[in-house]
Design a protein around this ligand. Sequence first.
Ligand code: FAD
Ligand code: SF4
Ligand code: SF4
Length: 468
Amino acid sequence: MDIEHVLENGNCHQCGTCVGVCPTDAISIAQHPQKGMYPVFERESCTDCDLCYVTCPGEEFDWNGLQKDTFGLVPVDKDLGHVREFWSGYTEWLDIRQKGASGGIVSALLIAMLEKGQIDGAVVVKMDEEHPLQPKVYIARTREEVLAAQQSKYLPVPTAMILKQILKEEGRFAVVGLPCHLHGIRLAQQKMPRLKKRIVLLVGLICGFHPSFTNTTYLIRRAGVKNLDEIKEIRYRDQAWPGGFNVIKKDGSNNILHPVQEFFWAHAVFERERCATCTDAMAEFADIVCGDEWRGGGVPERPDFKDGWSYILTRTEVGSKVVDEMVRDGVLNVEPAARNMVKRGMLPTVNLKKKNAYAYIRIRKFLGLAVPEYHGLEPAKPLKFKNYVGAAIIMLVSTLFENNFINRLFLHVPTKFMSQYLRIMYKCLCDGDELENLKGQEYCESPEMQTVIRDNHKLITSFEVVEN
Ligand SMILES: Cc1cc2nc3c(=O)[nH]c(=O)nc-3n(C[C@H](O)[C@H](O)[C@H](O)COP(=O)(O)OP(=O)(O)OC[C@H]3O[C@@H](n4cnc5c(N)ncnc54)[C@H](O)[C@@H]3O)c2cc1C
Ligand code: SF4
Ligand code: SF4
């Protein structure tokens, strides 16, 4: 088996680890029109050292083995993984909080660690100024460089390719990544002690749906922008929480989509193949985990929820120490969160990984297609027939939406109709009172929330809200 096999079989996370560890530069990253940033393997430069394959989390991933190696145990909580502390909070630095995805915790703690000399650099990702539709992974060394990477980017990002630079440079680094990025980095740390010494903190982002690159071009069209050359910048979660998709043109105008429902359903219909077989929503290999503070039964009932709140989970002693110190220093404001509350808020996302991913894997196996090998990992809960129905729908819809003709047909279908897809998905994912979470979705679509969003968009000087 080699990396070519992973790429051909649809088992690639696009995490970038193979690019980062290859000593002969036989693997590079190129922009694929639908997949986005995707590895390219050149056999002539390969020396068969196998480093890429043994650190690749795409095809073979010994989940429980790596949990034992990382935390010294296999966690009892199969939904949330090994957790030391649960918090809800945000950064006290208001500007950073308001400009962040959900409370600015990630950027604030990186800045604080840099300024205290605890790290020499932080691996983050921004949209490339020269190629506005491409992500750029880099090591930030100043406050400004960290802030340039604020907010979530919903397109494939090969974060772990930065390992190449970290292998060459002395120093202590923090890395921000999605669960699959961290899988690759933990595996690389196992094989390469230099990386274990240099990467001192892994900050994981909770990850439910991750769309393919087609989602980005589709949303741009849906926002009414036809010519990609006119684009100066795209922001996926612009303005107050939860934010909306904004295409900023070179002439300075903003084409902002009616948010929330747009990015929710679009993420779901463009879900990448490998994401549908991924079993990690809660960044189970991170030191610190951050994600939007969704609550079962609705969005947070807090007067300042528009400024952003995050769940913060610590998984290691290092992670706990960093959060404690940042709270003591007044960088973060946190309150304890109950395990059950986090679980309730995150249930659709967690179920997607802990139920539907297994159903999806079984359907692929049945169809004779390649599947990832998790070495005996089992679903956290018994699968029901409706989980298979949900997985089959995801498979069908995401395949259809990758077709340009089909997704163009849906370009003008009203959001209200499209977001029904999510309702169907949730119903396939959740049981009984777990469906309380649908109220959160309803709240996002309520006139009250829409007013909040509209008022919020009036803050932008030149804007056009696209009605779908
Ligand atoms: C693809 C994706 C899916 C997500 N899914 C969920 C979800 O289902 N549920 C949930 O609760 N939360 C989810 N999140 C996490 C959430 O959107 C926020 O990133 C998180 O709450 C941190 O917010 P913040 O304000 O503290 O971060 P900020 O201070 O805004 O900083 C954001 C940081 O994230 C990094 N980053 C942004 N995009 C990426 C990317 N694609 N890959 C690697 N690093 C990136 C940036 O470099 C930056 O350091 C997702 C994030 C992403 C990127
Ligand atoms: S290491 Fe990551 S990017 Fe490379 S083949 Fe494996 S999953 Fe894909
Ligand atoms: S769903 Fe899983 S594979 Fe997909 S981006 Fe998120 S962590 Fe990676």
